[in-house]
Design a protein around this ligand. Structure first.
Ligand SMILES: *[C@@H]1O[C@H](CO)[C@@H](O)[C@H](O)[C@H]1NC(C)=O
Ligand SMILES: *[C@@H]1O[C@H](CO)[C@@H](O)[C@H](O)[C@H]1NC(C)=O
Ligand SMILES: *[C@@H]1O[C@H](CO)[C@@H](O)[C@H](O)[C@H]1NC(C)=O
Ligand SMILES: *[C@@H]1O[C@H](CO)[C@@H](O)[C@H](O)[C@H]1NC(C)=O
Length: 330
């Protein structure tokens, strides 16, 4: 998640996903086209198109992976949460208090790297998820200099300067492993690796959904070594592959785009879905209709829903109508 925001741009994830044609439609097009004597060449074109859309069938048996250590935190369905990504939480070391009084905080890894925020939240009985972008290059992170130009793809739509990464590249993986090591040093209970759905986007690197599955497995294996939990962010197509290995989902905008059912398998396997909606009225002026949309979408029963402003500032509203603003440094 970049620090800047173009107001009319939908937040990442859901926005990208929505522009993708569904696979079954494409298959029907492919059949119809071949019936229409359109040549083999067109058939090939569609075939390639299909692959580039990154649609995915988890038919291949995945290679066996190391088991998840039992010490890894497994949050429960329905746990409450807050997510603040573009600001630094301000918690007094001598008298730690925080609002809202939820179970879980998702905060930016780098903004809190050299602070006592993680341990203060834990003293308050909270679990802490540390966010970083795993699948994109952001120009302003402390380790941004370590990326090679050859590993950078196209810019993310609506996020100037931020670029898709070749998630199969060993040097990108080394950088992400170093980020997970930082998370471990900070005592984070979990990580929230963002932008693992490059395959759904015009990424300039020919990323496939299989690349994302492999990359997520790499992140899980690495985090496991530090007994850190991992969430799958958006990336609906690869949920079946990753569900046994991640401890929770983080979903953006499934209510807005009417596809919360895609993430429902998490609930069925007793893993929470930390769910964010960004209605126009947020912050402060969320209408009843907007809140109803965010909270009662089909498939979203038992999701842990937070209504947020698109810049993921300290303000939050919940489905019971309560609101809070987490204290941050201004
Ligand atoms: C935190 O401290 C380390 C060690 O001094 C430094 O290398 C790193 O850049 C700092 N991180 C941030 C985000 O300031
Ligand atoms: C991405 O990295 C992999 C592994 O190094 C490499 O085989 C592949 O060619 C790279 N892709 C691009 C588009 O550079
Ligand atoms: C809040 O939203 C309502 C309905 O969309 C609108 O009429 C009103 O002007 C908004 N108020 C503010 C302060 O933005
Ligand atoms: C976040 O966005 C809201 C609404 O656009 C704005 O009022 C608020 O100042 C922003 N906060 C930060 C920290 O950028």
């Amino acid at each position: 998640m970049a620090l800047s925001f173009e107001d009319e741009t939908l937040a990442k994830g859901g926005a990208h996903k929505q522009t993708r044609p569904r696979r079954d439609k494409l298959v029907i097009y492919a059949i119809v086209s071949s019936l229409l004597i359109l040549s083999l060449a067109l058939g090939l074109g569609l075939g390639l198109g299909l692959r580039h859309q990154g649609t995915h069938s988890p038919s291949k048996p995945s290679p066996s992976r190391p088991p998840i250590p039992s010490a890894v935190w497994q949050p429960n369905v329905g746990e409450t949460w807050q997510i603040v990504l573009n600001e630094v939480l301000n918690i007094d070391d001598n008298d730690p208090v925080v609002e809202p009084n939820v179970d879980v905080f998702d905060i930016d890894l780098f903004l809190h790297q050299n602070t006592t925020v993680v341990s203060n939240l834990q003293k308050l009985g909270k679990k802490v998820i540390c966010y970083f972008s795993a699948g994109s290059y952001e120009p302003d992170r402390p380790d941004s200099y370590s990326f090679s130009d050859s590993d950078l793809g196209k810019e993310l739509d609506g996020w100037p300067g931020e670029r898709w990464l070749n998630i199969s590249s060993p040097s990108v993986r080394d950088i992400m492993a170093a980020r997970i090591e930082i998370a471990s040093q900070m005592g984070c209970d979990a990580i929230d690796p963002d932008n693992v759905d490059g395959y759904q986007n015009d990424n300039g690197l020919d990323l496939t959904s299989d690349d994302s599955v492999e990359f997520m497995n790499f992140l899980v294996d690495t985090a496991s070594q530090y007994k850190i939990a991992v969430g799958l962010k958006n990336a609906g197509d690869i949920i079946p592959d990753l569900l046994p290995r991640v401890q929770f989902a983080v979903n953006e905008q499934c209510a807005q785009f009417d596809n919360c059912g895609t993430t429902r398998p998490f609930i069925k396997t007793k893993k929470p879905v930390f769910h964010i909606e960004y209605p126009r009225g947020a912050p402060s002026n969320v209408t009843e209709a907007e809140s109803k949309d965010a909270c009662t979408s089909a498939g979203a029963t038992d999701f842990s829903t937070a209504i947020k402003a698109k810049n993921l500032s300290g303000w939050v509203e919940y489905c019971d109508g309560s609101t809070a603003t987490t204290n941050v440094f201004s």
